[in-house]
Write a protein that binds this ligand. Structure first.
Ligand code: MEV
Length: 434
């Protein structure tokens, strides 16, 4: 393992190495054990037997490409980021933007306390307004009871923190109450702990309100568990081709303004953020549907769906970006603990807590957003995409080994990245080599 003081996530030439060499590089970098390397390079990882204990009717496992994004400097720490994703350009885009951000100190990220919200829907209270106050009067008792339910989370410093009660007056079935149990889940994603607490509290809530507790379930709008990241990039780092740095900066800000103002664009803009976020959420065995639900509901919290990120310029003319979003991820429990690749991914990142993982993920989301905006606001997205996409098309057409690059190169040069053309080119090459 390379001494942490000498470690840098700048790994020039990593891209050009062979798959084996890349695995060996990261193994040495992070001091990975043989089974951890195997879990990342595809020769090991989740076995069908392990999978059989995770879900029902298992017949096997499903694989995704696993790449490693380089160049990340997050809160002063060098980080190599594993990403599981099928889409070309994502890992390269994140790595490139992380490189640009380094001169400005990289990414500065922080998180709120890992508090989740558990909801209890209280129906049939004779007087919902009085029932609401009765619940609030009994808050201390309810929280104390909640903390007896999961002594392990309490031992690790988590547990029930607060109780909020809302009166929903505008509903198709008339007014009802919703109690929110605010629960600190520490390093767990926490769905199980929160759901158990809500189910266990239902009888006392019914007793106090005289109502009927209907649904008892976690909310994925985890707006008490936020992750935030920011970065600053000097215009000199943004210049390329015929574009000056100032020009690129201003075009990126204009592109962001589109997403800030228009939900149709915001959906795609946020999808670009989630390209980075989900890839790390997935590789660490976390629930990406929960993170997706949190992201999009948070983006719509004002009543109008908008951009999760913001881009502008600071007093020195730097491009400055920030991203704030819910980040309900864990490092203990669930698939994170069982899945060997998730464990190896945490080890590669040197992550020791769920908050630290969330800080990395939100930084990758911001980098990914910048990569997309920079491309869209200048030469367009297709040019960069084209080469990688062409490789996939070449493979789909039956190209193997060196032929993949040759066929892909022809498709890009001709600007016709289609399977029928790839098959023709492949046929011509095979004929020529006979
Ligand atoms: C494609 O997966 C993601 C982008 O559409 C994001 C964006 O438009 O900002 C390029």
């Amino acid at each position: 393992m390379i001494d942490s003081a000498d470690r840098t996530s700048r790994l020039p030439g990593f891209y050009d190495k062979s798959l084996r060499e890349r695995a060996a590089t990261i193994a040495e970098w992070a001091g990975l054990a043989a089974e951890q390397i195997a879990a990342l390079d595809g020769t090991g990882g989740l076995s069908p037997d392990q999978a059989d204990h995770m879900i029902e009717n298992v017949v096997g496992t499903h694989a995704l490409p696993l790449g490693v994004a380089t160049n990340f400097l997050i809160n002063g720490r060098e980080v190599l980021v594993p990403m599981a994703i099928e889409e070309p350009s994502v890992v390269a885009g994140a790595s490139f933007m992380a490189k640009l951000a380094r001169d400005g100190g990289g990414f500065f990220a922080h998180t709120t306390e890992p508090q989740m919200i558990g909801q209890m829907q209280i129906l049939d209270a004779a007087d919902p307004a009085s029932a609401r106050l009765a619940l609030l009067e009994n808050k201390a008792r309810i929280l104390e009871l909640a903390n007896q339910i999961d002594p392990v989370i309490v031992k690790f410093g988590g547990g029930a923190r607060d109780l909020e009660v809302r009166l929903i007056s505008d509903s198709p079935i008339g007014p009802f109450l919703v109690a929110h149990l605010i629960y600190d889940t520490r390093d767990a994603m926490g769905a199980n702990a929160v759901n158990t607490a809500c189910e266990s509290l239902a009888p006392i809530v019914e007793q106090i309100t005289g109502g009927r507790v209907h649904l008892r379930i976690l909310s994925n709008l985890a707006d008490r568990r936020l992750a935030r990241a920011r970065c600053a990039i000097a215009p000199t780092s943004l210049a390329f081709g015929e574009f000056t740095g100032e020009n690129v900066r201003d075009r990126i800000i204009e592109a962001w303004a589109f997403a800030a103002a228009d939900p149709y664009r915001a959906a795609t803009h946020n999808k670009g953020i989630m390209n980075g976020v989900d890839a790390v959420v997935i590789v660490t065995g976390n629930d990406w549907r929960a993170v997706e639900a949190g992201a999009h509901s948070y983006a719509a919290r004002s009543g109008r769906y908008t951009s999760l990120s913001a881009w502008g310029r600071d007093a020195n003319g730097n491009l400055v970006g920030s991203l704030e979003m819910p980040m309900a991820v864990g490092t203990v429990g669930g698939a994170t603990k069982v899945h060997p690749t998730a464990q190896a991914a945490l080890k590669l990142m040197g992550v020791t807590s769920a908050r630290e993982l969330a800080e990395i993920i939100v930084s990758v989301g911001l980098a990914q957003n910048l990569a997309a905006l920079r491309a869209l606001a200048t030469e367009g997205i297709q040019r960069g995409h084209m080469t990688l996409h062409a490789r996939q098309v070449a493979i789909a057409a039956g190209a193997t080994g060196e032929l993949i690059e040759v066929v892909a190169g022809r498709l890009v040069a001709e600007k016709v990245v289609r399977i029928d053309r790839a098959e023709e080119v492949l046929g011509e090459l095979r004929l020529a080599n006979q």
